[in-house]
Design a protein around this ligand. Structure first.
Ligand code: COA
Length: 256
């Protein structure tokens, strides 16, 4: 288990906490591995009936670690990040998320695979794949147009700018906005409520709701993954990520 991902199972709920605050909970490959392990263990443990994912009140997740992307880009779809995506997309047990502060990149796209997403008013979502010279992942090119409608999805994915809870609600990314001080407890209660219900009924209902898209989601994760890894090696992506660490605006003027 990574020291930056804390996992605890209590009252039939597995709580997964992102805990790398000095880097705004940016996810390294080790953290994806730990997240994937936690999801796989929760799925396999008959005592577990729901999973709760959260960060700190002022920070959910700033997305993939950009230093990792520059120095150790994932080369294959067997990498811990793609394993995590497949696990979260295919989870049979219900997933609850509590989001406060930044939720960037996979910090937002993972929410499309959660069943209940509670966000505090300070939540700031962003899908900055294109500004980073990349393409979206986690089947968000399939799911977001469905939940948000094409134009809303196009605005969020093509421009890649930050947005607040009003847009996240309208786009179907968030279930409900909860005051900051109550967020984690509210989400925890929801996870406990799910855990108290007949588990087979919960699992079957989730499966029935997801079945129509399950195959298409799995295929899109792979398809996006291939394009994503190709774009990661592009000079545009290198320029965007280097600019982030140099705290300057990227210059895309020389690219065609
Ligand atoms: N990868 C690596 N490091 C990151 C990171 C990321 N995704 N996000 C933040 N950090 C680091 C910063 O480099 C900084 O490190 P330093 O203290 O050593 O300089 C630290 O975390 C704090 O980040 P900072 O940008 O100062 O915080 P902020 O509150 O001003 O902004 C964010 C928070 C999340 C809006 C901003 O950090 C951001 O946009 N991060 C990049 C998000 C991103 O592009 N993710 C990839 C998506 S595919």
């Amino acid at each position: 288990m990574s020291g930056h991902v804390l996992v605890e199972t209590k009252e039939r709920v597995t709580r997964v906490e992102l805990a790398r605050l000095d880097k705004k909970n940016a996810l390294t490959q080790e953290m994806y591995q730990a997240l994937g392990d936690a999801l796989a263990a929760a799925e396999a443990d008959p005592q577990v009936r729901a999973v709760l994912v959260h960060g700190k009140p002022d920070c959910f997740c700033s997305g993939n670690d950009l230093k990792d992307f520059l120095e150790r880009p994932p080369h294959a779809d067997a990498s811990p990040s793609w394993r995590f995506l497949r696990l979260i997309a295919g989870a049979a047990k219900p997933l609850v998320a509590a989001v406060g502060g930044p939720a960037v990149g996979i910090g937002t796209t993972m929410l499309l695979h959660c069943d209940l997403v509670y966000a505090a008013p300070n939540a700031r979502f962003q899908l900055p794949f294109i500004p980073l010279g990349l393409v979206p992942e986690a089947a968000s090119t399939l799911l977001l147009p469905l939940t948000a409608g094409y134009q809303r999805a196009a605005e969020l994915l093509l421009l890649g700018q930050p947005f607040g809870t009003a847009k996240a609600l309208a786009a179907g990314i968030v279930t409900e906005v909860i005051p900051e001080g109550e967020l984690l407890e509210y989400a925890r209660q929801a996870a406990r409520a799910l855990a108290a219900l007949p588990p087979a009924s919960v699992r079957l209902t989730k499966q029935l709701m997801k079945r129509r898209l399950a195959q298409a989601v799995a295929e899109r994760i792979d398809e996006e993954g291939r394009a994503f890894r190709e774009r990661l090696a592009s000079p545009e992506a290198k320029e965007a990520m280097t600019a982030f660490f140099e705290k300057r605006k990227p210059d895309f003027s020389k690219f065609s």
